[in-house]
Design a protein around this ligand. Sequence first.
Ligand code: NI
Length: 137
Amino acid sequence: MSDLMRFGVSLEKNLLRDFDRLIGGKQYANRSEAIRDLIRNSLVEDEWKKGKDVAGAISLVYDHHKRELMDLIVDIQHNYQDMIIASQHAHLDHHNCLEVVIVRGKSDRIKLLADKLKAIKGVKHGSLTLTTLGAGL
Ligand code: NI
């Protein structure tokens, strides 16, 4: 771990009260850890905005009985295989599948891949979780 630095923060009483209530509900042990996470979230958001190398997870829920849908999902993944680290398929019930595609690469390309997969007709829900490669955080 890098050297810890301390700094003071001044803010309105009401804001601090609301913040404490918020972090209490999120299981943080103290304000410092909660503030560290907020800062890291902002830095990760900035990595994505600036088109840097990042990591992410694309989740898709779909009905596997629609064969052309599955073919399309696989075809698109093959077109972006240089970015795909792994994918995991889980059978939720008789009809529905959950596929999670773990990706790394330039944020713009990851967003494009996620948008293409989510836009496939028949995908019931798709989401992109934005995260970081972790270097420097
Ligand atoms: Ni399945």
